[in-house]
Write a protein that binds this ligand. Structure first.
Ligand code: ADP
Ligand code: MG
Length: 242
């Protein structure tokens, strides 16, 4: 089977934990530069799928391709993917700069390149002047931006985000949604964005993959999904509005 030339290609990946099937033969192609949301209720396999792309969860079968390259067996740091985890996973004992620079250190990028990259990353998330603050001194929104800057510091072509705004209050969540969209437009990076918030997926995405019980049950544009006659999408989420 040939590789998709560009973007992300998830091919028939499965994952079982004991007798429980977390992912059941999931396939999905994400175009380069696309903002694709993975939407689904808790336990539907969203984080497992993202972890598989990131290299933290090994598939039992199937393969993963990025820009035409089979990365199924590559270690996480070899995949050139920026990741924003569900709980940010920042190092609380390190300051903002050291958190953001961590991926450069881990990849052995020479120190001479760090200051300029740091400045650009801080500017991008509007945290200039915060380089030496401790993580514990930051608000939720500021922590979220640090996590974002860290995910982007090595200029990845693909960024994975696992419910990055779910811990924020409604007001800030809406502000960050707009910021993320602007950032996406500026970066021209591919973003795969996990959420269980239907409204968020509808407003932010080029396309939405709806997951349920380890499978992708619908894949369409926001308008296409909204207008779908057999709306498993809506039916599956009634009562889960946030
Ligand atoms: P989501 O992110 O959509 O809430 P997850 O991908 O985290 O769902 O989990 C999907 C299912 O797989 C859940 O039922 C979860 O309990 C199970 N699961 C995830 N990781 C593990 C694991 N390491 N061991 C056992 N079960 C797991
Ligand atoms: Mg999850």
């Amino acid at each position: 089977t040939g590789a998709a030339p560009d973007g992300v290609s998830i091919r028939a990946v499965s994952k079982r934990y004991g007798t429980f099937t977390a992912l059941d033969t999931v396939s999905l192609d994400v175009r380069k530069g696309e903002f694709l949301s993975i939407l689904g209720p808790s336990g539907s396999g969203k984080s497992t799928l993202l972890g598989m792309l990131g290299g933290f969860v090994r598939p039992d079968s199937g393969s993963l391709w990025i820009d035409g390259r089979d990365v199924t067996r590559d270690a996480p740091h070899k995949r050139n993917i920026g990741i924003v985890f569900q709980n940010y996973a920042l190092f609380p004992h390190l300051n903002v700069a050291d958190n953001i620079l961590f991926p450069l250190r881990a990849r052995g990028v020479p120190k001479i390149f760090w200051p300029e990259r740091l400045r650009a990353a801080l500017d991008m998330v509007e945290l200039s002047g915060f380089a030496h603050r401790r993580i514990t001194e930051l608000s939720g929104g500021q922590r979220q931006r640090v996590a974002l800057a860290r995910a982007m510091i090595f200029e990845p072509a693909l960024i994975l985000m696992d419910e990055p705004l779910s811990a924020l209050d409604k007001q800030l969540r809406e502000t960050m949604q707009i910021e993320l969209k602007h950032l996406h437009a500026r970066l021209a990076a591919t973003i795969i964005y996990v959420t269980h918030d239907q409204r968020e997926a509808l407003t932010m995405s080029d396309r939405i993959a709806v997951m349920n019980k380890g499978r992708i049950v619908q894949l369409d544009t926001p308008i296409g999904l909204h207008d779908a006659p057999d709306n498993a999408f809506v039916a599956g989420f009634i009562g889960e509005a946030t």
